[in-house]
Design a protein around this ligand. Structure first.
Ligand code: ADP
Ligand code: MG
Length: 397
């Protein structure tokens, strides 16, 4: 596949797919505009080469057109980061051709939420042609959505010369260092809620890594499988079979799965008091809501010797300050290892990081939650494969 800096894209109408799926507050305003800021580099690059940039994104999971999920506020915020460029908003690209006809070189237009069209998620050929007809060239810079077989990610590449943007390039380069010949020792830290949503990701890391340090709700099922009393902790009986599978997989690959030795417990996640317990001393009415100090120390020792580190999933119920110390501690442990290649990803994981100052000590913060998990599993994504197939067509053209 080709990236935009490997082609000479000038004086073109460029259809640019970005991931502007920003978190919103209840009133519909933007809660965090990181995803808008990340996209600016590619947009500016294309604008500065006298292109007309037509930006496509989705926002939320709307079932019908509605003002809460409109991209207009996002477009306005984007303009605040590109104040010297003219911009347009296109409420409905199917009927508003006159707006796009006015677009001049070095200007950008933002199309309304592409998920307002039901054809987007269906990877619909007719809809792909309509989208493609707006432009001469397609660029995908939406890594966070590239695990989806959506029209604006996959279908549209059948009808336009297609390239990857800078965000996509960075994610592929960085995450490939985890999946292809990672430096050893390789330590994976996996937390969060469920095993089932991450089973393939965990399996893949058991194959790749030397140590898999488990925590969060998903470690509870492992503890229960090993016969520990886990009280009223988050636990999923239907995942016990997956625990057996992962345990035998780890044996076959000589990977060490490490479980918490102690925990911070409470009577419920929203509680205001907490206690430290050894893992064999959890009371019937207690819940494991964070890792304890022994586990912190044990995990830190393993992390400090690593050459490759990947972390996904909070180590505890971080939403309550009572139970966020484990997550903070492990984040610092990773940041302090300055000889390792380190990657952090996951929607809740990034949200759980309170001290953004230490992010500079992490090699790569992935912009994709589900997309990062899927890339680690498969070493590629449907959106990336679509760009590769398109590359073949470019030779024919
Ligand atoms: P990510 O989005 O980073 O992949 P997940 O969605 O898998 O992470 O998990 C995040 C959620 O897991 C958080 O809401 C957190 O509170 C919860 N969690 C972590 N540990 C526990 C625990 N011990 N008990 C209950 N919930 C937990
Ligand atoms: Mg999550």
């Amino acid at each position: 596949m080709k990236f935009i800096d490997e082609a000479s894209i000038r004086h073109k109408r460029v259809l640019l797919r970005v991931d502007f799926n920003v978190p919103l507050k209840k009133d519909g305003s933007i809660a965090d505009d990181s995803r808008i800021r990340w996209a600016v580099v590619t947009i500016k690059y294309l604008l500065d080469r006298e292109n007309k940039v037509i930006i496509v994104s989705h926002l939320g999971r709307p079932s019908t057109r509605n003002s809460h999920d409109s991209l207009e506020k996002v477009a306005r915020r984007l303009h605040s980061y590109l104040p010297s460029y003219h911009w347009h908003f296109v409420p409905d690209f199917l009927t508003d051709a006159h707006i796009l006809a006015k677009l001049k070189e070095g200007e950008f237009a933002v199309l309304e939420n592409i998920r307002f069209y039901s054809e987007e998620s269906a990877n619909d050929a007719g809809f792909a042609k309509r989208l493609a007809s707006l432009a001469d060239v397609y660029v995908n810079d939406a890594f966070g959505v590239s695990h989806r077989e959506a029209t604006s990610i996959v279908g549209v590449t059948n009808y336009l010369p297609s390239f990857g943007g800078f965000l996509l390039k960075k994610e592929i380069t960085m995450l490939s260092k985890v999946t292809e010949n990672p430096k050893k020792p390789f330590v994976a830290i996996i937390g969060g809620k469920k095993i089932s949503t991450k089973i393939k990701f965990i399996s893949k890391l058991i194959r790749l890594a030397d140590y898999v340090l488990l925590s969060g709700g998903l470690a509870n099922t492992f503890l229960a499988a090993r016969g520990y009393e886990i009280g009223s902790s988050l636990f999923r009986r239907q995942e016990l079979g997956q625990v057996n599978y992962l345990t035998s997989l780890a044996k076959r690959h000589g990977t060490k799965i490490v479980l918490p030795e102690d925990a911070i417990v409470g009577s419920n996640p929203e509680g205001t008091t907490s206690q430290v317990r050894l893992i064999n001393a959890i009371g019937k009415h207690e819940q494991i809501l964070d890792i304890g100090p022994k586990t912190q120390a044990e995990y830190e020792t393993i992390i400090s010797r690593a050459k490759t580190i990947i972390w996904n999933g909070p180590l505890g119920y971080f939403e309550n300050p009572q139970f966020r110390r484990g997550t903070d501690f492990i984040y610092y442990a990773i940041a302090q290892n300055n000889h390792a290649f380190s990657v952090i990803g996951g929607g809740d994981t990034i949200a759980a990081i309170a001290d953004k100052d230490n992010l500079k000590n992490i090699t790569h913060i992935s912009t994709g939650g589900g997309a990062m998990l899927a890339f680690i599993e498969h070493g590629t994504l449907p959106g990336i494969e679509a760009l590769k197939r398109n590359r073949m067509k470019l030779y024919i053209l």
